[in-house]
Design a protein around this ligand. Structure first.
Ligand SMILES: Cc1cc2nc3c(=O)[nH]c(=O)nc-3n(C[C@H](O)[C@H](O)[C@H](O)COP(=O)(O)O)c2cc1C
Length: 307
C-alpha cells in the first residue's frame, strides 16, 4: 500500500510540499498559534499573517462580524513587522517540518521590496506570498490587485528583490481574473494564490450603522467558495504557473473541488476559527480519496474538471 507521503507529496513553485494543505494568511498568526492544537509537523505549509517592513497596529474595532456562511473582517493588516518575525517567530517555526511562507504586503512598491529585503535574511523561509490587495498610496490609492499593470509592476519588483519563489495572491474583486493572472505570470510570478476575501458590508438595522468599524471589509468562509472555485478554474485556463486555491475550504470535499478545478495546493482560512483540526482532517481525507480512486499521487487530479 502506498504511504500518505507518497500519495500527497507535491511540488509547487519549485518547492516540494509534504502534502497540499496549508493555513491561509491571517487565520493562524505566524503559525505558532496552532502549535498546541494541531501537529505542525504534519501541516503542508504555514502562510503567515501579512508582514510589512514596519509593524502596524491595524484598524479600530469592530474588526470582525459573523455573517451567513462566513464572516467579514477589516483587521487592517496589524502585524509585528518583518524584522520581529525573523528575530522572534522564525527560529521556533523552522523547528517544525512544515513549509514556511510569509505573506507580504506594502502600500507602495518600495514598501513591498523593503519587506522582502528584511525577510531575505531569514533562515528557513521557502517562498513568499504577496498580498496585492492593498491600495497603492503613491498611485491614487487603487488596489494593486485591481489593475493588471500595477499587479505586474509589483510582481516584477519583488521578483527582482527575492532569491526565493514568489507566489502572488489575487483578489476576486476584479472584472477579469484571467487578465490579472496572465499579467502577473508574465511579470515573473512562480505561482498564484486565489482568492483573497470578497469586499462585503453588513448593517445593524437598529443603530443603522455598519457592523464593521471600517464600514466595509473582506468576506470569507463557505459563502465565497463558489466564487473562489470559479476563479481557480478561470486562472487554470489562462496561465501555466501553478495555482493555490483558497476560499471557504473546511472539508476534504471542498479541497477536492479546488484541486479538480486546477489548484495544486489549497489553504484553509476561516474554518480554523471554528475547527482548528480542519487541516489535519483534510490531509487524511485526501490520502483516503487517492486510495479510493486508485490515484498514485494527488497531482494526477489537478485540473481534471470535465468542463
Ligand atoms: C481575520 C482574517 C485576516 C486575514 N488576513 C490576511 C492577510 O493578512 N493577508 C492576506 O493575504 N489575506 C488575509 N486574509 C484572507 C485569507 O488568507 C483568505 O484568502 C480568505 O479568508 C479566504 O479564505 P477562507 O474563506 O478559507 O477564510 C485574512 C482573512 C481573515 C478571515
Amino acid at each position: 500500500m502506498m504511504t500518505d507521503s507518497q500519495l500527497l507529496t507535491i511540488e509547487c513553485a519549485g518547492v516540494t510540499f509534504p502534502n497540499p494543505v496549508g493555513t491561509a494568511s491571517g487565520t493562524c498568526g505566524y503559525g505558532l498559534d496552532l502549535k498546541d492544537l494541531i501537529d505542525l509537523n504534519k501541516l503542508g505549509a504555514v502562510f503567515t499573517k501579512g508582514l510589512s517592513a514596519k509593524p502596524m497596529r491595524g484598524n479600530a474595532p469592530w474588526r470582525i462580524v459573523e455573517t451567513h456562511g462566513g464572516m467579514i473582517n477589516a483587521i487592517g493588516l496589524q502585524n509585528i513587522g518583518a524584522k520581529t518575525f525573523v528575530a522572534e517567530k522564525l527560529p521556533e517555526l523552522r523547528q517544525y517540518a512544515t513549509r514556511i511562507i510569509p505573506n507580504v504586503f506594502g502600500y507602495s512598491i518600495d514598501e513591498y521590496s523593503e519587506a522582502i529585503r528584511i525577510l531575505e535574511d531569514g533562515e528557513g523561509i521557502h517562498a513568499y506570498e504577496l498580498n496585492i490587495s492593498c491600495p497603492n498610496v503613491k498611485e491614487g490609492g487603487k488596489s494593486f490587485a485591481n489593475d493588471a499593470c500595477q499587479a505586474a509592476e509589483v510582481t516584477a519588483a519583488v521578483r527582482k528583490a527575492s532569491s526565493r519563489p514568489v507566489i502572488v495572491k489575487l483578489s476576486p474583486n476584479v472584472t477579469d481574473i484571467a487578465e490579472i493572472a496572465r499579467a502577473v505570470e508574465d511579470a515573473g510570478a512562480d505561482a498564484l494564490s486565489l482568492i483573497n476575501t470578497a469586499i462585503g458590508m453588513s448593517i445593524d438595522i437598529h443603530t443603522r450603522k455598519p457592523r464593521i468599524g471600517n464600514v466595509t471589509g473582506g468576506l470569507s468562509g463557505p459563502a465565497i467558495k463558489p466564487i473562489a472555485v470559479r476563479c481557480v478554474f478561470q486562472a487554470y485556463r489562462a496561465v501555466k504557473i501553478p495555482l493555490i486555491g483558497i476560499g471557504g475550504i473546511a472539508t476534504t470535499e471542498d479541497a477536492l473541488e479546488f484541486i479538480i478545478a486546477g489548484a495544486r495546493l489549497i489553504q484553509v482560512g476561516t474554518a480554523n476559527f471554528y475547527d482548528p483540526s480542519a487541516t489535519m482532517k483534510i490531509i487524511d481525507g485526501l490520502a483516503e480519496y487517492c486510495r479510493e480512486k486508485n490515484l498514485n499521487n494527488i497531482s494526477k487530479l489537478v485540473g481534471t474538471v470535465e468542463a
